[in-house]
Design a protein around this ligand. Structure first.
Ligand SMILES: *[C@@H]1O[C@H](CO)[C@@H](O)[C@H](O)[C@H]1NC(C)=O
Ligand SMILES: *[C@@H]1O[C@H](CO)[C@@H](O)[C@H](O)[C@H]1NC(C)=O
Ligand SMILES: *[C@@H]1O[C@H](CO)[C@@H](O)[C@H](O)[C@H]1NC(C)=O
Length: 473
């Protein structure tokens, strides 16, 4: 048994045998079985983490001394002091206003002049913004463990100062993923053209994206070396994407992030949101106000009246039919109710109406293409549905009524069922965090309560197992 005689020349062999045994042991034992504490090769298996909530997220916002003042109203919509963890990154200090106490702490980004930038007519600030990933992780790992400390932050979320986040929804969606595995989660652009130019596999930065803590720590360590290799790409998001690609990580898309690379009226996109919860909206300064008669900031604030009561329900679309009057109603919760004449089939109603124009002003074949099903939108109001926009909410603990008022429209001839309608009231129950809706979502059903004349009352509810969303024959 020569191999067990410990002489210096045999130590190498013994190590080899021990490590072979450990490998065999690891392969033959599932990771759930207890692992001897002497095995330093393996990190300790953590107990299953508790539900991910907003306090486990750190939002890092890319701003600049130039834009910050004008973007504060957007930040105030979703940032709650002592609830949301967020940092604002600026290129240089700004004079703080007296009422800044309700805004996140500001960090001045480090100098980036040593990094090359060669994209023609691009902005060098892309390097600084990409490095926010590194600076955010360092700000957490350097701070003491506590409410903002290393144990608490599971996800690093990045966005621009004109990105509006729906924080509760983001926490619920990220709860589906294990923060100790590597995840890069976001969305591509709505514009085919933009994806073609930058990448179909990149999370667009304005829509925001999330990186799991385990990946973020590694990315922070290697980012500077990546930045030296990508002077020729345009944005900060391309730089982060390139570095993640080098780490071998791919984008996982979540359709609730919205880069909003469109102009004009966002109506079609908002009224036909996917079943996934709304996670972000961007470019509010560029698009039209989302509610008629309000300014841009007022209109987003108005949407939050509904968001604050039942976040996962915002924009969720349900369709109901009144076969006796031949009417189809589409409810996009907290935003708009559309009342159509006749039987409109569901697959048509969940297509996006092309109410907006393309991001690139000079139209090309590709700039007119978008990444979802679309249908044309009639510019003739008498051929369009009657619109009832969100007016207010009467919240109760577990349920609520939302109210929608008719948008003043042209004098079109309408059938009896529609003509007298002034307002619509929608009854709904709050969506629980632990319901099936998060893991395997199904569109809700709705019912129009009879009779109606000036006010229509609609109840949203779970569909029966075999229930179809269609007009009764
Ligand atoms: C946040 O917490 C601090 C310290 O606990 C407290 O002084 C401050 O009033 C709180 N702010 C808000 C808006 O609750
Ligand atoms: C709407 O049209 C009807 C019939 O065409 C007309 O009698 C009525 O005065 C119009 N109302 C308005 C407000 O224009
Ligand atoms: C419906 O409302 C109109 C006015 O908007 C009114 O003239 C009519 O009498 C009402 N019909 C019923 C059945 O209440």
């Amino acid at each position: 048994m020569a191999i067990f005689r410990i002489v210096p020349s045999n130590i190498k062999d013994i190590c080899l045998i021990i490590s072979s045994f450990s490998i065999f042991y690891l392969l033959s034992h599932p990771l759930t079985s207890p692992i001897p504490s002497t095995t330093s090769l393996i990190t300790v298996v953590q107990p299953p983490p508790t539900t991910t909530t907003v306090r486990h997220l750190l939002f890092s916002i890319a701003s600049s001394s130039k834009s910050y003042t004008n973007r504060k109203p957007y930040l105030r919509l979703w940032y709650k002091p002592n609830v949301t963890n967020a940092l604002v990154f600026l290129d240089r200090p700004v004079t703080a206003s007296a009422d800044d106490s309700d805004l996140p702490p500001v960090i001045i980004s480090a100098d980036t002049s040593r990094f090359p930038y060669t994209f023609p007519k691009g902005l060098r600030s892309a390097i600084r913004v990409a490095r926010i990933v590194k600076e955010a992780v360092e700000s957490v790992t350097e701070s003491v463990t506590g409410s903002n400390g290393v144990d608490e932050i599971r996800w690093y979320v990045f966005g621009d100062d004109d990105t509006v986040f729906f924080t509760e929804n983001l926490a619920r969606v990220l709860n589906k993923y294990d923060c100790d595995k590597w995840w890069y989660i976001g969305s591509r652009s709505e514009s085919y053209d933009q994806n073609m130019q930058h990448s179909f596999n990149m999370a667009f930065g304005g829509g925001g994206f999330a990186v799991s803590r385990s990946l973020a720590r590694v990315l922070a360590r290697v980012l500077d070396s990546c930045l030296m290799r990508y002077p020729h790409v345009y944005g900060s998001d391309s730089r982060v994407y390139s570095c993640l690609a080098e780490l071998g990580v791919e984008l996982t898309t979540e359709p609730g992030f919205h880069q909003v690379d469109v102009r004009g009226d966002l109506f079609g996109i908002l009224a036909a949101h996917p079943l996934s919860p709304l996670l972000s909206l961007h470019h509010f300064d560029i698009i039209d106000p989302i509610f008629p008669g309000l300014t841009k900031p007022e209109s987003v604030k108005h949407l939050f009246k509904a968001v604050n009561h039942d976040p996962p329900r915002i924009l969720q679309q349900a369709v109901c039919y009144d076969s006796s009057k031949s009417i189809t109603v589409s409810v996009s919760w907290g935003y708009v109710v559309q009342v159509f004449e006749g039987n409109q089939l569901l697959p048509n109603l969940i297509r996006v109406q092309k109410t907006f124009t393309s991001w690139r002003r000079r139209e090309t074949f590709f700039s007119k293409l978008h990444m979802f099903d679309m249908r044309d939108y009639s510019k003739d109001p008498c051929k369009s549905p009657d619109l009832f926009f969100f007016e207010g909410i009467a919240p109760e603990e577990k349920m609520c009524h939302t109210f929608y008022n008719r948008k003043k429209s042209m004098n079109c001839s309408r059938s009896d069922g529609i003509r007298n309608l002034i307002d619509i009231k929608v009854f709904s129950r709050k969506i629980d965090a632990d319901t099936q809706q998060m893991s395997s979502p199904r569109r809700e059903c709705c019912e129009i309560l009879q009779p109606y004349n000036e006010t229509m009352v609609i109840a949203l509810r779970r569909c029966e197992t075999d229930e179809l969303i269609a007009m009764d024959p």
